[in-house]
Design a protein around this ligand. Structure first.
Ligand SMILES: Nc1ncnc2c1ncn2[C@@H]1O[C@H](COP(=O)(O)OP(=O)(O)OP(=O)(O)O)[C@@H](O)[C@H]1O
Ligand SMILES: O=C(O)C1=C[C@@H](O)[C@@H](O)[C@H](O)C1
Ligand SMILES: [Mg+2]
Length: 171
């Protein structure tokens, strides 16, 4: 595939980390999770960074680490759910690879994120209403992608197959 990097975008629970890992294995590429890279750099969890320094500080870090990682090649990069909101971040992703947005319907997202307390923006509960509101506010940014895949009702292997097929057909 003549693509420099693949950036996975999407709301929390849409499967960026899970799908990204399997996709990288299938392609023989490196897998990089942006949230994980930030945690490594700072030595604190995402939840701890939000609590100690606030969201704006996290967003600055996110942009800085994204630029550093994007400059590489042969990587599947799972971005954080809010990384697409920043116009500059989207421009970096466009410049250095293809942007693939993973989607899921609200009940699926609720089911996938429940039982995990590591997501500060859902700390007061992953209600249908909260997720619907956040998705609506972010839809224009998630839509800014080369390819969108709905993961609802599909297993991880099925999503990865669909993604690879589509990128081969429309590289
Ligand atoms: N296609 C799928 N089918 C079934 N379960 C899935 C699928 N994709 C992801 N999951 C499950 O949903 C949960 C959340 O997935 P994951 O952590 O990959 O989401 P994410 O998009 O990386 O979220 P975040 O933005 O919070 O990092 C995990 O438990 C994962 O196993
Ligand atoms: O959707 C979001 O804004 C976030 C998603 C996670 O991946 C983390 O990057 C963080 O919890 C913020
Ligand atoms: Mg993730």
């Amino acid at each position: 595939m003549n693509i420099r990097n693949i950036f996975l975008t999407g709301f929390m629970g849409c499967g960026k980390t899970t799908v990204g890992h399997v996709l990288a294995q299938r392609l023989g590429w490196e897998f990089v999770d942006l949230d994980h890279a930030i945690v490594e750099e700072v030595g604190m969890s995402v939840k701890e960074i939000f609590a100690a320094h606030g969201e704006p500080y996290f967003r600055e870090l996110e942009s800085r680490v994204l630029v550093r990682i994007a400059a590489g090649s042969g990587q599947v990069i799972s971005t954080g759910g809010g990384a697409v909101i920043d116009r500059g971040n989207r421009a970096v992703m466009r410049q250095y690879g293809r942007i693939v947005n993973l989607k899921a319907d609200v009940p699926t997202i609720v089911a996938r994120v429940s039982g995990n307390s590591e997501r500060p923006l859902l700390a007061d509960g992953a209600s249908v209403e909260k997720i619907r509101t956040m998705l609506k506010a972010r839809e224009e940014f998630y839509a800014d992608a080369d390819l969108r895949i709905d993961t609802t009702g599909k297993d991880v292997a099925g999503v990865v197959d669909e993604l690879i097929d589509s990128l081969k057909r429309y590289p």
